[in-house]
Design a protein around this ligand. Structure first.
Ligand code: HAM
Length: 418
């Protein structure tokens, strides 16, 4: 059989039992972030294209090459969101959320869209789970955000992750760094890839992010932003590291990290998942963006956030993807027995017991085979004799115990089974 339609390239179905894993990840995020005072926000998946141009920036790969942009029937340029932060900042300004007491804290999850070359851990439609905190500039908030992210990953049971940090300065000190980079790259400008030649003009920080091997060679020994940070940025970063030290949060200072989005100021961070993930090993990433709210027309509002890739988290937890079988399978023979089975199942399901029924008019033997195949914990058999006597046979398929009991006793026996 050949399917007539298949999903688009880089756009995947998430099927059970993996969806169970996704549910677990989302529930864990709700639990952990709820304890930190984060409330859910659900922005739309499409926005005016200009929103992403202004925030993520024209010099980023995302805007330059990866956006799903189209003109709608009203001749407006619309883009599918490549990330969540821009929309949440737009919502924050549009709904005047700055009038609420600071900090305002939000978490979100949902699909994002980037036209990238698909590979393991990299898709064109992928899901992010993220958090954004508005209104406080204190480096303690940076520490709290990072500690929350690490607590979430820890609660999921993920081990062997490494947290990398850097500060990329502010509008006071970054221009000097840009100039130093231009001076450094100027003699070899012609050797850089065409993208980096464009980046040299627009935003030379992006050259530090280029994946082309030759550009990686050329940038060896390039200036480090840590050498040009202003006093305030330096103090902010030092205070953050002190908080993390006190809290015992392990980190690696990565002076080369600049991140691929233009809106960041000061703190940037990434959590990497080790060699088992291949090239796409960033599980989560984020940073401060103290200028974005005012750039979108809101009051000056410091902010910080992160997003984690759901596919990458699920990939690391893959071995755990199993759907447990039903607690009870009710096999029945004949229409009357089927009605009795349906009534019993409905009562048990109301209380949350997972029950499957042996529909289909199959023999008792084939129903029991199916119960076994789907991993049922117990079976109850209802045939003509059982209907007459009012006493049903049951069997525990895990430990082999069995017995007979009346309708109400059967209900009581399985009403606690999950
Ligand atoms: P980002 O680094 O572009 O940051 O993405 C965050 C995470 O999304 C990555 O670490 C990765 O796990 C996942 N991800 C990104 N692209 C793909 C893809 N094509 N396929 C699968 N997973 C992917 C942001 O998006 C920022 N908005 C994070 C942030 C929030 N900064 C401040 N607040």
């Amino acid at each position: 059989m050949k399917p007539r339609f298949t999903a688009l390239k880089g756009v995947a179905d998430v099927l059970p039992p993996e969806t169970g894993l996704w549910r677990k990840i989302e529930n864990t995020a709700c639990l952990v972030m709820g304890a930190y005072g984060y409330e859910e926000i659900r922005p739309p998946v499409m926005e005016q294209t200009g929103l992403f141009l202004r925030s993520i920036g024209g010099s980023s790969d995302i805007v330059a090459k990866e956006m799903y942009t189209f003109t709608d029937k009203g001749e407006r340029s619309v883009s599918l969101r490549p990330e969540g932060t821009a929309s949440i900042v737009r919502a924050y300004v549009e709904h005047n959320l700055s009038s609420r007491p600071a900090p305002q804290k939000f978490f979100y999850s949902g699909p994002m869209f980037r036209y990238e070359r698909p590979q393991k851990g990299r898709q064109r439609q992928f899901y992010q789970l993220g958090a954004e905190c508005f209104g406080i500039a204190d480096p303690g908030v940076d520490a709290e955000m990072i500690i929350m992210l690490m607590a979430f990953l820890d609660r999921l049971g993920l081990k062997g992750l490494s947290l990398e940090l850097n500060s990329i300065g502010c509008k006071e000190c970054r221009p000097a760094f840009r100039e130093r980079l231009r001076e450094f790259f100027a003699p070899r400008l012609g050797e850089l890839c065409p993208d980096c030649q464009r980046r040299y003009e627009q935003n030379p920080l992006r050259i530090l992010d280029c994946k082309v091997e030759r550009c990686g060679e050329i940038r060896k020994g390039s200036p480090l932003i840590s050498e040009t940070l202003c006093q305030d940025c330096r103090e902010h970063f030092t205070a953050l590291l002190e908080f993390l030290d006190v809290m015992g949060t392990a980190y690696v200072f990565n002076p080369h990290m600049v991140r691929g989005l233009d809106y960041y100021t000061r703190t940037v961070f990434e959590v990497k998942g080790g060699a088992c993930m291949g090239a796409q090993n960033a599980v989560a990433a984020g940073g401060r963006y103290d200028l974005l709210v005012s750039e979108f027309g809101g009051p000056e509002t410091p902010a910080i956030g992160f997003a984690a890739g759901m596919e990458r988290l699920a990939g690391l937890l893959q071995g755990e993807a199993v759907t447990p079988g039903p607690a009870l399978f009710i096999a029945s023979l004949g229409k009357e027995a089927a009605v009795e089975a349906l009534k019993l199942a409905s009562r048990l399901r109301e209380g949350g017991t997972r029950v499957e029924l042996g529909w289909g008019g199959f023999s008792l033997k084939s129903q029991l085979r199916r119960a076994d195949k789907i991993g049922a914990g117990n079976v109850v058999i209802i045939g003509e004799d059982e209907l007459k006597s009012g006493s049903f046979k049951w069997k525990n398929l895990k430990d082999g115990s069995s017995g007979e009991a009346g309708r109400e006793d059967i209900f009581a026996q399985f009403s606690q089974a999950k």
